[in-house]
Ligand binder design. Structure first.
Ligand code: HEM
Ligand SMILES: *[C@@H]1O[C@H](CO)[C@@H](O)[C@H](O)[C@H]1NC(C)=O
Ligand SMILES: *[C@@H]1O[C@H](CO)[C@@H](O)[C@H](O)[C@H]1NC(C)=O
Ligand SMILES: *[C@@H]1O[C@H](CO)[C@@H](O)[C@H](O)[C@H]1NC(C)=O
Length: 512
């Protein structure tokens, strides 16, 4: 091809020219992106690149990355070119308020889809659809359309106690340490499968990871975290890629098997008369969810409801086992309640509420070691928003993503006092200042999110936690099996997973 007569020099270097223009455009874009949020301080480089943020996800330390950013740069810090993080309870509540015009971050919520192209309540980005879906499920989650909820939880609390009794009691003659992290996961999985599918996985009865769902959950969390960190969620969720690499319903074990089983259970339930049944699935059906939606939502429950509740229970127990003064005091409250003998079997939820020290221990355990530590970012509405934080007015540019930082929030000295860094359940009981107390309460509640995005499983989780702690302490004496390394912990995209939490249980002689 002949060069045009004009500007032959330029033509010769046309690729170079093109490249230079692209670089100039890219740099211009980067500078503009940098400047949009330049009012907010953050760790080195975060204005230009997501690498530090991604790295914190890949290394399982995002909660600490967020904490360092906030400690150094204030209650709203920058963590990426378009990303902020906050520990302000006011701002967190403002963003999720029922009438707020904020939405959710595609980056994070979309990554939790587990079938290409199909959304559940947490991955749904369309605000109207999300609202409608929540309304359809609210009754089922609250247990108001019955109620088999509480008895389902009781069944598995009894199985957990029974498992320790029959297989893992330590005696004067022989010590039998066991991994509490794992047994608690069996417990939360059995509860949530019973509640969601109407049929428990059966892990506690078998004392094993039936169908390898625990293992599958672990793989799922790892893949999702890597997808988030590398920004390749869109690729992983291409139908062809998902089919080739992801779980298949033909699998004998794992996530594919879980979906296949769930699908079969739902089909069976839909064919039968469900009007009469009084569980969550029946409530969802009555409120108009179709077979596909039922599948998405019930499988989401397994993901949303098992690791979270398990992490909370492990943290509460670890703090109890390492604080004898508090342990003894709680056990005394529990024994007194048990000796009253006003109920049979597992402690009813209504009685749990009458135990102030137990409630304070649960709040304090979740404060010291929040089970969900970060992200769940919210998107500032187009056009931006002016908010008030610590009495100062701050402008947040439209489209920016604002993440949640549990660590600095729940350990805030401004909210909890100078000893915020230590475990002292009494702080929830002795505070006289109403205003201070309600701020503490509000901060605790943020463990479950707020308003239009608040955790739907909160009542279920709290019921599970209260009953389990009560019965574990009532039936056994506990100690750590390996105090020099009480557990192993990894943070996957803001969710804690623990292993190797060795404990020993001995029989108690309380006659009741
Ligand atoms: C201690 C245990 C738990 C904690 C700390 C927890 C925390 C959270 C948080 C922080 C969110 C996100 C809020 C936001 O987007 O701003 C959430 C959402 C959700 N959780 Fe939980 N959760 C727990 C247990 C459960 C359980 C047991 C279930 C199911 C039975 C459950 C079901 C859900 C669902 C369905 C959503 C999505 C709500 C929506 O998108 O509107 N969670 N949870
Ligand atoms: C709910 O279930 C429990 C036991 O599963 C049962 O005793 C109770 O009558 C049910 N209540 C309603 C309102 O269906
Ligand atoms: C309700 O359940 C009972 C048995 O438990 C059954 O005989 C009856 O046909 C059911 N009725 C409706 C309307 O589903
Ligand atoms: C704080 O929460 C507890 C329940 O967890 C409640 O009994 C108490 O009244 C609340 N206090 C304030 C001041 O909000």
């Amino acid at each position: 091809m002949a060069a045009p007569p004009l500007l032959p020099e330029l033509y010769e270097h046309r690729w170079l020219g093109l490249a230079v223009s692209f670089i100039a455009l890219y740099v211009g874009y980067k500078i503009q992106a940098f400047r949009r949020l330049s009012a907010f301080g953050g760790p080195f480089g975060v204005g230009f690149t997501s690498i530090p943020h991604s790295w914190s996800f890949l290394t399982g330390r995002s909660h600490l990355f967020y904490k360092e950013a906030i400690d150094a740069y204030g209650p709203i810090a920058r963590i990426g070119p378009n990303d902020l993080v906050t520990s302000s309870p006011e701002l967190l509540a403002h963003m999720s308020a029922v009438r707020s015009s904020y939405s959710r971050g595609k980056w994070y919520n979309r990554a939790t889809r587990y079938e290409p192209g199909k959304d559940h309540v947490f991955s749904e980005l369309d605000e109207e659809k999300h609202k409608r879906r929540r309304q359809q499920m609210a009754h089922g989650y609250s247990g108001k359309e019955n109620l088999s909820l509480e008895s389902s939880i009781d069944t598995h609390v009894s199985e957990l106690i029974n498992l320790v009794h029959t297989k893992y009691l330590s005696t004067d003659q022989y010590a039998r340490p066991f991994d509490f992290a794992r047994k608690i996961q069996y417990f939360t999985l059995d509860v949530i499968s019973q509640v969601g599918f109407g049929e428990a996985f059966g892990d506690l009865l078998a004392d094993e990871d039936v169908n390898e769902y625990v293992k599958a959950g672990q793989i799922g969390l790892t893949v999702t975290t890597v997808g988030l960190a590398l920004g390749i969620t869109w690729f992983l969720q291409l139908p062809l890629v998902a089919r080739a690499l992801g779980p298949s319903e033909k699998d004998v074990v794992g996530f594919g098997r879980m979906i296949a089983n769930a699908r079969a259970l739902i089909r069976k339930r839909l064919e039968r008369e469900t009007d009469n049944r009084s569980d969550m699935l029946a409530s969802f059906v009555r409120n108009g969810l179709n077979a596909d939606e039922l599948l998405s939502e019930t499988v989401l429950q397994i993901i949303a409801g098992s690791d979270t509740t398990a992490a909370a229970l492990r943290a509460i127990m670890l703090y109890l086992l390492s604080h004898p003064r508090i342990y003894t005091k709680l056990q005394a409250e529990i024994d007194a309640k048990a000796l009253e003998g006003r109920y049979q079997g597992v402690i009813p939820d209504s009685e749990l509420r009458k135990l102030p020290y137990l409630q304070a221990v649960i709040k304090e355990g979740m404060r010291m070691h929040p089970p969900i530590t970060d992200s769940v970012p919210k998107r500032v509405p187009d056009g931006g928003d002016t908010v008030s934080v610590d009495g100062k007015s701050v402008f947040l540019p439209g489209g920016a993503l604002v993440s949640y930082a549990a660590w600095p929030l729940h350990h805030s000295k401004a909210i909890f006092g100078d000893d915020a860094g230590v475990f002292r359940p009494e702080r929830w009981l002795v505070e006289k200042d109403e205003k201070k107390m309600s701020e503490m309460n509000r901060t605790h509640e943020l463990n479950f999110g707020y308003g239009k995005y608040q955790c739907l499983g909160k009542p279920i989780a709290l019921m599970e936690i209260g009953k389990a702690v009560f019965e574990l302490l009532r039936n056994f004496d506990w100690c750590l099996g390996k105090p020099e390394e009480p557990w192993r912990e990894h943070n996957y995209m803001g969710i804690f997973v623990h292993s190797n939490m060795w404990v020993m249980a001995t029989e108690r002689t309380l006659n009741n």
